[in-house]
Design a protein around this ligand. Structure first.
Ligand code: FEO
Length: 393
């Protein structure tokens, strides 16, 4: 149990999950994850903000009970309907049968579909700008669709300048005793924020930018997301990370992703890395797409400016793990990269570069450099790589 008062009468009642290995069934969780929920206690009413994944409901309910509120919870605000946050709604409704579930029209539609709660009197439907007065604490709602689902909204408490931000500013990593960033070493959460954003929210850069501009004039002292620490001291840092990632602004550095069966494409990938290093580029991340976690490759490809992708020809297609990677890039509409492509063939000369160019064309991502070789590297390969890097930089 890790229940804390964040600021006057606003409590963290979220839970850690150190059991789940793959978030969304896809993304590794080496440090676990949190599902964050909060209680706001006003002078006349009490609100619960979001719930937790159903697997953690027992601890969640214990957390709420530990506050010894001695009053009913009047409102359950559902900022986001993905089941990692909405999973315990039905249990909360069982505990507090008179609670009003607060959401927008789309939220209600999803609750009916996911949890079969069909009694309209259970809901309080809000729209942009609506407020609920809890007595000395106001809940003010703003819709931020597609950050990360169509129903997503945020809830602001002006008296405390505190924002319940949903998935925005979330990150992987269970909490280790502290809740607010100043109580802990945040480096791992900041690092994991790149992976969280690129893996989970990466496709939705435009809606995230829209949400950021909507929130930019609101004074914020606390950001309370659905995953990871509450941000206070590092609000500027996390705002900058999310702004840069959602605007597809890259950091200096290079990522080389390759797929290779017998080491020939791998050898050229290493030569490209060596040449880039010789030109002073850092960091350089080289990933074998067959063995490196796709989650980390996507994260660094999102983060760094130079991206070189290479593949062996495989049954007249890209090598399958490279195809998976390029599908992930296309899904996330990745852009603004210094993009280079390279590949090898034995008898099917144009396949690899043609396939990679098709991706680039659909993604509107200009190919700055291309290198294709037959069989294996040879005496001319270093010179070819130098030319490739010249064009890439
Ligand atoms: Fe953590 Fe989009 O749910």
């Amino acid at each position: 149990m890790n229940v804390k008062e964040i600021t006057d009468n606003i409590y963290y009642v979220g839970v850690n999950d150190r059991t789940l290995t793959l978030f969304e069934g896809l993304w590794p969780l080496p440090y676990g994850v949190t599902y964050n929920s909060y209680v706001v206690k006003g002078e006349k009413s009490v609100a619960l903000i979001d719930t937790v994944n159903i697997d953690e409901v027992r601890e969640f309910i214990n957390n709420i009970r530990s506050l010894k509120l001695n009053v009913n919870i009047d409102y359950l605000v559902v900022n986001h309907m993905e089941p990692d946050h909405s999973g315990s709604i039905a249990e909360i409704l069982r505990m507090y049968p008179d609670i009003k579930i607060v959401g927008n029209v789309k939220t209600v539609e999803m609750i009916k579909g996911f949890y079969h709660i069909t009694d309209d009197s259970a809901f309080k439907v809000i729209k942009e700008g609506d407020k609920i007065d809890l007595g000395g604490k106001t809940l003010q709602f703003s819709l931020i669709p597609m950050v990360h689902w169509p129903e997503t909204m945020v809830t602001y408490v002006p008296e405390d300048k505190l924002l319940f931000s949903g998935d925005a500013f979330g990150t992987f990593g269970a909490l280790n005793g502290g809740v607010v960033d100043y109580e802990m070493d945040t480096d791992v959460y900041i690092e994991e924020m790149y992976r969280y954003y690129s893996n989970i929210v990466g496709k939705y850069g435009v809606p995230v930018q829209r949400a950021l501009s909507k929130l930019k004039d609101i004074p914020v002292s606390y950001i309370c997301p659905t995953h990871g620490p509450v941000w206070k001291e590092r609000i500027g840092d996390v705002m900058k990370i999310v702004d840069n990632l959602s605007a597809y602004r890259s950091e200096e550095g290079a990522v080389i992703v390759y797929g290779s069966m017998y080491g020939n494409t791998a050898e050229v990938a290493e030569t490209i890395a060596s040449e880039l290093s010789g030109r002073g580029i850092k960091p350089i991340k080289v990933y074998n797409a067959s063995t490196a976690p796709m989650s980390n490759i996507i994260s660094d490809a999102f983060r760094y400016k130079i991206l070189a992708v290479g593949s062996a020809t495989y049954s007249m297609r890209l090598f399958p793990p490279v195809e998976t990677f390029m599908n992930a890039m296309e899904t996330r509409e990745i852009k603004n990269k210094d993009f280079g492509i390279f590949g090898s063939y034995t008898w099917a000369k144009d396949i690899v570069l043609t396939r990679l160019e098709e991706y680039a064309k659909r993604m509107k991502l200009p190919v700055k450099a291309a290198l294709c070789f037959q069989h294996s590297s040879n005496d001319g390969t270093s010179a070819e790589v130098k030319k490739f890097v010249d064009k890439l930089l």
